[in-house]
Design a protein around this ligand. Structure first.
Ligand SMILES: NC(=O)c1ccc[n+]([C@@H]2O[C@H](COP(=O)([O-])OP(=O)(O)OC[C@H]3O[C@@H](n4cnc5c(N)ncnc54)[C@H](OP(=O)(O)O)[C@@H]3O)[C@@H](O)[C@H]2O)c1
Length: 361
């Protein structure tokens, strides 16, 4: 492994520590090295707080002339909540800057790299780029489309059911899988479910993890037809995050939640329009936790980016049992939604299958 790869891997590890806290910013890590010695390390911990380059520079006592700076993303060149990292880097005269990937923001991309080179600094781009892109997959989607990165998640039996024919679903998957779902909730900005899941399961949709600091995602509930009851548990949980109820234009909801009125479309609200609205509210990532009808409307609208299906070693059977994706479905196998980069790994006694929805080129 080359030294560049080694230090960039370390920068990626550092960046990962900001997961779930940097939105709508990307996760970024930085390592500063001179003469084979690490002078400073840093990562972006939270939106509004200092960027990775500044933290690493402070750790190096602002003395890194002639050093190599490894950053997981092209440094920023604009004034946001903090001053541009580009100016900070240039003024401290490193010999070399290695970045994993360009800033995907089309308005910014490449400008800092150009400016660094103009200042006489050697710049290398693309070290561990695939890993860096995957780390910031939500940010890349959000900054290029202004829509959130959407994960469709469910726990299903080996025969594809997410509940029995009576609607019972406690529990489909094992403890380890359910724990992992709480980790996911701790990372995403919002969690979205349909009204029947709220009324059947009466969930709280909060993040419950043993360790200290966790955050709840915003709870987004779809209600096409006045099915939600204001007494449902979700409207009364103690949480730092709000609950939003999504209804079609012309309808309302009187419970303890903010109401989002979205244009009608499909079998309820237009899911593309909903994602635009969530994007306008700085929601960078959404975890859809079912049920089957809600997954179907999301897939039909083409808003899903990734699937995470936890498959339990159980058979439930029954043509009336809810499946992972309901709706009408397609007529022909050639019309199926294609997935790519599918992987499988064990989680407790279950298997987690992850894949990405193949987008038209
Ligand atoms: N194992 C798992 O991972 C898992 C996860 C979640 C749920 N479940 C199970 O799944 C079952 C519920 O699934 P389900 O398919 O019956 O229902 P669901 O998806 O939870 O809810 C369907 C309802 O959501 C609303 N909805 C969906 N798409 C909408 C859209 N685009 N715009 C507005 N509203 C929309 C509609 O509300 P209206 O009714 O008002 O038209 C629709 O009837 C339950 O038994 C639950 O236990 C299992």
């Amino acid at each position: 492994m080359s030294r560049d790869v080694e230090y960039m891997r370390r920068a990626l590890e550092l960046a990962e520590r900001g997961r779930g806290r940097t939105s709508p910013n990307p996760m970024v890590g930085c390592v500063i090295v001179r003469g084979g010695r690490v002078l400073g390390e840093g990562f972006h911990a939270k939106a509004g707080e200092p960027h990775a380059e500044i933290i690493a520079g402070e750790a190096a006592h602002h003395d890194f002339e002639g050093a190599s700076v490894y950053i997981t993303l092209e440094p920023c060149c604009h004034h946001g909540k903090t001053p541009p990292c580009l100016d900070y880097l240039v003024s401290h005269k490193p010999a070399r800057v290695v970045v994993a990937m360009h800033d995907p923001n089309p308005k910014v991309s490449g400008q800092s790299i150009f400016a660094l080179r103009n200042a006489g600094i050697e710049v290398e781009v693309g070290v561990l780029e695939d890993e860096a892109r995957r780390l910031n997959e939500a940010f890349v989607k959000f900054i290029t489309t202004r829509m959130p990165f959407v994960i469709a998640k469910c726990g299903m039996t080996l025969d594809g059911k997410i509940a029995t024919r009576t609607g019972d679903s406690k529990w489909v998957t094992c403890e380890a899988s359910r724990q992992m779902v709480h980790e996911l909730r701790n990372e995403v900005d919002a969690i979205l479910v349909g009204s029947r899941t709220v009324m059947t399961d009466d969930p709280s949709l909060t993040t419950r993890l043993e360790r200290g600091k966790v955050k709840d995602p915003v709870r987004v509930l779809l209600d096409a037809d006045d099915y939600l009851d204001v007494n449902a548990h979700v409207f009364h949980v103690a949480s730092t995050a709000p609950t939003w109820v999504v209804v079609p234009e012309g309808r309302d909801f009187s419970g303890n939640a903010e109401v989002l009125k979205i244009r009608r479309g499909g079998r309820g609200v237009d899911m593309v329009e909903l994602m635009h609205e969530l994007g306008r509210r700085d929601i960078m990532s959404v975890l859809i936790e079912g049920g089957g009808t809600t997954h179907a409307t999301a897939f039909e609208a083409g808003v899903v980016d990734k699937v995470m299906f936890f498959v339990a070693p159980k058979i439930v059977g029954g043509r009336d049992a809810v499946t992972a994706v309901e709706g009408e479905g397609v007529n022909l196998m050639s019309e199926a939604i294609p997935l790519e980069r599918m992987t499988a790994r064990p989680v407790g006694v279950d298997v987690l299958i992850e894949a990405y929805v193949k987008k038209a080129a």
